[in-house]
Design a protein around this ligand. Sequence first.
Ligand code: NAD
Length: 496
Amino acid sequence: MSTRISHWIEGRVVAGTSGRTADVFNPATGAVSGQVDLASTAEVSAAVATAVEAAKQWRSSSLSQRSGVVFAFRQLLHDRSDELARIITAEHGKVHADALGEIARGLENVEFAAGVPQLLKGGFSEQAATGVDVYNIRQPLGVVAGITPFNFPAMVPLWMCANAIACGNAFVLKPSEKDPSAALFLAQLWKEAGLPDGVFTVVHGDKEAVDALLTHPDIAAVSFVGSTPIAQYIYETGTAHGKRVQALGGAKNHALVLPDADLDVAADAIVSAAYGAAGERCMALSVAVAVGDIADPLVEAIAVRLPKLVVGDGAEPGTDMGPLITREHRDKVASYVDSGEAQGASVVVDGRAADVPTDGFFLGTTLLDHVTPDMTCYRDEIFGPVLGVVRVETYEEGLELINSNQFANGTAIFTRDGGAARQFQFDVEVGMVGINVPIPVPVAYYSFGGWKDSLFGDTHMYGPEGINFYTRGKVVTSRWPDPATSSVDLGFPRTR
Ligand code: NAD
């Protein structure tokens, strides 16, 4: 049965009127499970207009009211996470436990946002000049938009909307058209939590809807997460239209494995981070940089782990890895294995030949050895279950490789040498670093973001930087003079 997936405007489901839809698939079966409405420019404008009205009211709500709604939302999300995880698995394909993990990390952001009364406290300077006090306040921007990728259909919207709403903004979400249903589930929970209608809006769509948001005069800020070319486009177009923009892009995350690393710890971590969610994570480790003598044993240790992974429908208990998001993406990922092989990499484990279900968009786990920086499979973000091993002789050579890459989202070092790890943390030009931690996604009270082509704009996502992004500062200088002492003075005001 195929479901119609429509917009969420003013607290209810609203059917699209553009006449354009896109198919949504269950990637584990290859079957079409729904049609998502694709909004026209006019539909986006109508949705934004309702958000503008809602924002005017919402910014007047007290901090404790907002915190109360976020608390209630947190509880609902916690209680109904299993239901949401099933929705994610059905449209994305990731295994149920992984979908629960994504929700758990999103929940952290909701919990952080519930502390908004503390987060928005300003500074106060009494007697900055005689009889003069100075203080700062942070106010919401109005209507802000989030444009999100397919690979975390709940977590990435939660990175954005919890803080944006807690800060007093109305939030318009344009989720990925590949797995749009999680966004509607979140919308329903916000309503049940007591959020006024219009403060959380979902418009589904493709480039037309995105462009409508990027150019709309009433959208004050745009948070984007997705691939690098689109991130750059979003940043350039949004800022050209006077908006505040944070646009997080793609990745090629390297694991540097030093010769003294614990082999089993490193192999377990790299396999988990390379093949979890079928490699469709922006923090997936897709390159292992093996330093010196550890290369042969590391390749062997990874290779022996791969046949033990169960590839199949993520909804089935016991599955380790699900399918890729679409048939086209599966074929593109496989083509990187073809090109790697043609350009001289050794295919140690070949996912193209794996015994995987044939109906869905599956590809087996793949391990490429002797990858070099000139190969296409090294240069591009593959975003699939393909791990490449690059062999280097020294720490310096490995560092140089990582620092030369255009992407700089995350990286990890595996070693037992604290001094080497500290040096790496100092030297490496990457936004998020793990020390014996393969996927160093910062906790919600820090902020998430890469460097170079992994982030356009200067603000990282969520945490303290998220609060700053969704508010603007105002400084008030205040005096309550005695009218008897008042006089005209054309000199520039001095503090002494
Ligand atoms: P994508 O760039 O194709 O799509 C992201 C969003 O942009 C979607 O909502 C989509 O509808 C929209 N979009 C797509 N093409 C567009 C166009 N031409 N004009 C305007 N809007 C457009 O990304 P994806 O395939 O959904 O997600 C995977 C990518 O996201 C990977 O590159 C991954 O590394 C990246 N990602 C990065 C992070 C991070 O934090 N840096 C996190 C998750 C995913």
